[in-house]
Design a protein around this ligand. Structure first.
Ligand code: F6P
Length: 344
């Protein structure tokens, strides 16, 4: 089989480890693996990964849309990829691919290049694209969940989440030092788009006192009361984790609302932003990415298509793409209760 692999959407630490696993497993099983650059847009532009180890694929194709035979990656192409953040295959969010014409063009390109199966690594947007492509193309598509947001269902974790939380907790620890010295409260804004997962895990691991996430109501008077309480108990510093998707606005906006309501602490705002997307993946992310990549190749061989390959309590779980982005992935209630109990 000729298997295409690519990364799509926001990059996530561990994507490279996943590509490595796909390539090495695929090659070991006698397949040709083609790296598609820059996500769906790279597919439309027929950009393939090429390095000094690349082999020209054995079955040449010639159509007006196929300027060259895609080079096959080898085991050496992905040497030392696991420990690096970013996406060596590049990533993108493609406007052209969102159109019916773009999807049809992508299907034609895949046929012209003799690609039998695709392994996209990405989040909900990537899988919505995979559903659209699956309606126009007869090849197999098995996806791997790669997003720092951990907002997909049918997998315990997504690739990149562990590293993003680790980065955020590291930042929080550092900010706590200065907050303690100056008796301040910091509002630390973390990513997650519409999901509070990164915020919840960061708050718990970093022992933050207050959490604002889109999944719960952010009640300003209640927070102000808690802050007065903490102040009267001589708490020197307060860490408030704000998920970027909170319904009250971003960390700066919430800081203003707290000040207006009589906040007991002097406040500062830190937005962690894209820091959370970079850096060397944690061992957890490398392991998850490696397992998922190898499992995805096996799933393709077994004839599965239209599914995401997740990990559920240590085991492979294949789920139709639609189930992975259907509705909001809920935050476990006990985690939220724990944050409340520990803060008080
Ligand atoms: O989906 C990953 C993510 O990092 C979100 O947490 C964030 O809202 C978004 O991507 C940022 O996207 P961009 O890199 O396009 O600014």
């Amino acid at each position: 089989m000729r298997i295409g692999v690519f990364c799509s959407g926001g990059d996530a630490p561990g994507m490279n480890a996943c590509v490595r696993a796909v390539v090495r497993t695929g090659v070991a099983q006698g397949h040709e693996v083609v790296g598609i650059m820059n996500g769906y847009q790279g597919l439309l532009d027929q950009e393939f990964f090429e390095d000094r180890f690349a082999k020209v694929a054995s079955a040449p194709v010639s159509t007006s849309q196929a300027p060259s035979t895609p080079p096959a990656m080898t085991a050496r192409s992905v040497s030392d990829w696991s420990r690096h953040g970013g996406a060596f295959l590049g990533s993108s969010r493609s406007e052209e691919f969102r159109t019916p014409e773009g999807v049809a063009k992508a299907a034609d390109i895949l046929r012209a290049h003799g690609i039998d199966a695709l392994i996209p690594i990405g989040g909900d947007g990537t899988f919505r694209g995979a559903v659209a492509l699956g309606s126009q193309w007869e090849g197999r598509i098995v996806g791997c969940p790669g997003t720092i947001d951990n907002d997909l269902k049918q997998t315990d974790y997504t690739i990149g989440f562990s590293t993003a939380v680790s980065t955020a907790v590291d930042a929080l620890d550092k900010i706590r030092d200065t907050a303690e010295s100056h008796e301040r409260m910091f509002l630390i804004e973390v990513m997650g788009r519409h999901s509070g997962y990164i915020a919840v895990h960061t708050a718990l691991a970093g022992a933050a006192e207050v959490l604002c996430i889109p999944e719960t109501d952010t009640n300003i008077p209640e927070i102000v009361e808690l802050l007065h309480n903490l102040r009267s108990r001589k708490k020197r510093s307060v860490m408030m984790i704000v998920a970027e998707g909170d319904e009250r606005g971003d960390a700066a906006a919430i800081s203003e609302q707290l000040k207006a309501a009589g906040c007991a602490y002097s406040t500062r705002v830190v937005v962690l932003g894209h820091l959370q997307r970079g850096g060397s993946p944690t061992p957890e992310d490398r392991l998850l990415a490696t397992q998922l990549g190898a499992w995805a190749v096996a799933a393709v061989e077994e004839g599965h298509t239209g599914v995401m390959c997740g990990r559920d309590c240590g085991a492979r779980l294949l789920s139709p793409f639609e189930e992975t982005f259907d509705g909001h992935r809920p935050i476990p209630q006990p985690l939220l209760q724990l944050i409340d109990v520990l803060a008080k």
